[in-house]
Design a protein around this ligand. Sequence first.
Ligand code: IPM
Ligand code: MG
Length: 352
Amino acid sequence: MIKNIAVIPGDGIGEEVVAQTVRVLDAVGEKFGHKFNYTYLEAGGCAIDSTGKPLPEATLEACKKSDSVLLGAVGGPKWDHIPGIRPEQALLGLRGGLGLFANLRPAIMYDQLKEACPLKESIIEGGLNIMIVRELTGGIYFGKSGRSEDGKTGYDVEEYSFYEIERLLRQAAEIAMKRNKHVTVVDKANILETSRMWRECAGKVFADYPEIRVDFLYVDNASMQLVRNPRQFDVIATSNIFGDILSDEASQITGSIGMLPSASLGEGSFGMYEPVHGSAPDIAGKNIANPLATILSGAMMLRYSFGMQAEADAIEAAVGKALDAGCRTADIAGGVTPIGTKEMGDAVIKFL
Ligand code: IPM
Ligand code: MG
C-alpha cells in the first residue's frame, strides 16, 4: 500500500520524537511492503514565527489532502505572551478543521514500568488498560466565548447537539465492542442540561448494543474512582473538557505520560495521531525525550487509518521488547542508566 502522511513536528521535543517515529514507520513499511510518503508542514509556535499564524491555511489544506496526520507537539514559553495568538490554537484549528470529533486516549500501564505507577500495588494488581473516548470538536472548547462590553464579565458556553453526542457515543460503543464491552459515560447530569442530553442520547445509542454494559458517573466521582479503583473502567466516554481533565489524570496513574499515544478520528478513516504529552521545551534538542508515545501513535495510525493490524501489532510488540530488554529514556529510567531519544528509536527498529 502507498499512504501519504502529513507530518507536523511542531515545537519543542516534537521534532525529535516525530523523527524517530518516521524511522520506525519506514522500517515497518519495508518489512511489510508499504510505502509511506511524508509531507512536512508547520503548525504551532514555529508557524507563528514564520507566518504570523499558528495554523497557516496551507498546512490545513495539505492535511486534508493526506491520508492521515502525524503531529509532535506545539507550544512553548516563547509564544506565551503574544496578544490574541497562541500556538495551541493550531490544535483546535486542526481538530475542528479536519472534523476530528473523537479522541481516543488509551491509558495503559506497562508491566515493565509498574514501579512508576504512583498507586498501591493492590489497586493496580492485574494491570490497567482504560480507553478514554473524548469528544473533541464541541462543548466549551468551541462554544461562544467572550467578555461583556465593560470587560468585567467573561463567558465560555458549553453547547452540545444530539448529533454531536450521538456520533461520539457510537464511536465509543464500537470501540467497546472490540474490548471488554463496558462503557462509562462521564458527565455532570446533576447540574448541566447538556449532560442530561448525554444520558438521554446514551439510552438511544446503547439500545443498539445490548451486549455492552453501560453506566454513568458524575465527573467529580469519576475523578475519584480513577485513583480509588481504576480497574473498574474499560471505556470512558465523555465531553471535550471532562475528557481533557480525566485523560491527564489517567495518564498519571499509569506513571508514564511519555508512553501514551492518542488518535483523533472523524467519520472516515482519516485521523490525526499525536502523543498525549506536550512540547517539553525544557528538554528539547537534548536527545533525552521519550519517543515511545509518538511511535505508539504511529501504530494507532496504522491500525485505525490504514487498517494495518499486523503492522500496528508489530510496532507495539517491538516497543514491549525494547522495554523487556531494559531500554529506558530518562523519564522512565527509575534508577537505570537512560538511553537517548534516537537510541530508543534504534531499539524499537532492532526489535521489529
Ligand atoms: C490536550 C491539550 C489541549 C487540550 C490544549 C493544549 C489545547 O491539553 O490535547 O489535552 O486542552 O485539548
Ligand atoms: Mg489536555
